[in-house]
Design a protein around this ligand. Structure first.
Ligand code: F6P
Length: 358
């Protein structure tokens, strides 16, 4: 007999339900009797005893459903150690719910911030198994996070659609892709969508280099160009600032986002017609793609196996196509960024893609 808690925390993604289903299916397979307690809206549900018992039926038919059947919320890690509006210690509230419900373990499906909180709860003595969720693919210790490949698909579809209209009008198009502070999603979607210029936070751009790349294409006879820019991309000048100065500069930006800023600069310097497209949260919506369904099912199954072996305080990960696990303390809070010298960046350059840096 086993009693397991589950919560989904932070920004949602396509494969949260598929992952919970994976955990549940494997638990039902491994144990004669399983209680699954689902907390609503992430850590908030754990703090305020907002939960429901999930039955076998709840996991039926959800492999292909985006979103999360439990709901989610953002509970910034920085605020976890501060009291709530009633002066209660949030960590103590969560521990109390866990103990009151007699849980054997808590499964946390979350991104970077959520993993930090999971690690904090582990340090406080709770049995935690965590699973790497995010379209940003920025969790350290895993080759991929679930949600990433589905988002790559949506962002590349957006670029595909832009291609035909950009070609008809002979315009420069900028597609802004999510990814928070890292460029994984932009890099993959940019290559998959046949972009001409890819701008990612890890390789600060130089507007002059972007314009040179555009003019080189024009000289070669191309009527249009597609720039795919990560929402977190920064210029070389901004990258050279201190963290504080950078924050102030970005906060006082005259444009809604980096794509609009670059678009205005290109238009002002070259007089070319530029259009900006931001697929935004569509990148997190809809059904998980087959790759993510497989990844989530595998991660979920392994999470259940860890529970059955009494191995807690670990995050299940994929490495070299094998599912394994690593101690939460090794990964929690560490960002996995794109290495500018990695093979994928080099291959993109070999394909003639510009990163707007030289
Ligand atoms: O972490 C996932 C993500 O979609 C990022 O790519 C993006 O920066 C952020 O969440 C958007 O957050 P919100 O849903 O709070 O607007």
């Amino acid at each position: 007999r086993i009693r397991v808690g589950m919560l989904t925390s932070g920004g949602d993604c396509q494969a949260l339900n598929a992952t919970m289903r994976g955990i549940a299916k494997a638990l039902y397979n491994l144990y004669d009797s399983v209680d699954i307690v689902g907390f609503r809206d992430g850590y908030r549900g754990l703090m305020y005893e907002d939960y429901r018992l999930l039955l076998k039926n709840d996991f039926s038919g959800i492999l292909t459903q985006g979103g999360t059947l439990l709901g989610t919320s953002r509970q910034p890690f920085k605020q976890m150690t501060q009291p709530d509006e009633n002066g209660n210690n949030k960590v103590e509230l969560m521990k109390a719910t866990y103990r009151k419900l007699g849980l054997d373990c808590l499964c946390v499906l979350g991104g970077n911030g959520s993993q930090k909180t999971a690690n904090l709860l582990r340090q406080e003595g709770l049995n935690i198994v965590s699973l790497p969720k995010t379209i940003d693919n920025d969790l350290f210790g895993t080759d991929e996070t679930f949600g990433f490949q589905s988002a790559v698909e949506i962002a590349s579809n957006a670029i595909d659609c832009i291609h035909t209209t950009a070609a008809s009008h002979g315009r420069v198009f900028i597609v802004e892709v999510m990814g928070h502070k890292v460029g994984w999603l932009t890099l993959y979607a940019g290559i998959a969508g046949g972009a001409d210029i890819i701008l990612i936070p890890e390789i600060p751009y130089d507007i002059k280099a972007i314009i040179e790349a555009l003019q080189k294409r024009q000289r070669a006879g191309s009527r249009f160009s597609i720039i795919v820019v990560a929402e977190g991309a920064i210029s070389k000048e901004t990258a050279a600032l201190s963290k504080k100065e950078r924050k102030t500069k970005l906060a006082s930006r005259r444009y809604p986002s980096v794509a609009y800023e670059i678009g205005a600069e290109i238009q002002a310097i070259t007089g070319q017609e530029v259009r900006v497209t931001v697929p935004g949260h569509t990148q997190r919506g809809g059904a998980p793609n087959p790759y993510d369904r497989v990844l989530s099912s595998r991660l979920g199954a392994r999470a259940a196996k860890l529970i059955s072996e009494g191995r807690f305080g670990e995050m299940v990960v994929i490495r070299n196509n094998e599912i394994t696990s690593i101690p939460l303390e090794e990964s929690a809070g560490k960002l996995k960024t794109v290495d500018p010298n990695s093979s994928i960046v080099e291959e993109a350059r070999l394909l003639g893609l510009s990163f707007g840096d030289r």
